[in-house]
Ligand binder design. Sequence first.
Ligand code: HSE
Length: 300
Amino acid sequence: SNIKIFCPATIANLNCGFDVMGLCLETIGDEMIFRKSPTKGIKITKITGAELPFEIDKNVAGVAALAILNNYEKDFNPVSFGIEIEIHKKIKTGSGIGSSAASAAGAVFGVNEILGKPYSKSELVHFAMKGEAIASGSEHADNVTPCLLGGFTLVRGYDPLDIIKIESPNELFAVVLHPHIEIKTSDARAVLEPMISLKNAIKQWGNLGGLIAGLYMKDYEIISRSLEDVIIEPLRKGLIPNFDKVKNSALKNGALGAGISGAGPSIFALCKGSSIAKNVAKAMENTYLKTNIPFDIHIS
Ligand code: HSE
C-alpha cells in the first residue's frame, strides 16, 4: 500500500535565531509517495517539479532515506523488502524556504512509517540532517526540525541534538515573497564572517530570548521588537535585489517584523491577523512589481 505525505516549506532563522529557529508553513509544500517493493534498498522511481538526480547518494531524499534505513538495520533487523519513493517538488530549490529540508524530512518520515514507526521525531531530525547536509554543505537542523514537528521550533543544541517545539500564538500569519532567483545556501554561508562582536552577540541573544518569551506570552509587541537581525542580514541582504524596499514596505504596512527567509532569496514578514497579512502581502507585491524580477507570494 502507498503512503502519501505532505512535506511543508519552512522559514529558518527568523532573523535573530540563525541556525536555531524555524517555522513550518502550512500552505506550501512538496508531496512524496512511498511504497514497499520486492527489490531491497531505496529506489527513487519518479521526480516531478524539479531536475534532481535519481542516484540515491546524490539525492537529498535518497541520502536521508538511506541514513534511516541503514540505521534501522543496525539497531533492529535486516529489512527483507525495498522502498520506492516518488518526489513531487512544489518548493523551488534555492528559494530559501527549506526545499532540501522538505525532501530530507519527508524521506525519513515516510521511511519511518513504512518501517512501522521505530523512531521518534527527534531521532528523525537527526537522520534528516544527513540529507540536508549534502544540499547545503552544512548539517543544520533549523529547517528539518519545524518541517517534522510543525509550528515554531528551537534547536537548543547540536551536540548532542536537542530540539524544542515552541508554543505559537494562533493569530500569527507569515507572508513569503519569493523572487525568482536562486541562491545556494553554501554561497549565502560563504559571505558570513566567522567572528562577531560582543555588542552584536548581546543584541542577538537578547532578541532570541525576547522572541521565545513573546511567543509563549502571546505578546505581539515583544515578538515584533525581537524580530531583528544585527549579524546575518547586513552580510546577506546584498544578495537579494530590493530587499530593503520590500522589508520596509512590510513594516510600514503593519508587519510585526520582516527579514530574509533562511539563506534567501525569499523575504518573509510575520503579521498579527489575516487582514494585516493581506495588506502586507499587497504592499510587498506592489514594491516588487516595480522591479523586473518575477516572483511569487504566499500567505501561510
Ligand atoms: N540556517 C541556514 C542558513 C538555513 O541560514 O544558512 C538555510 O538552509
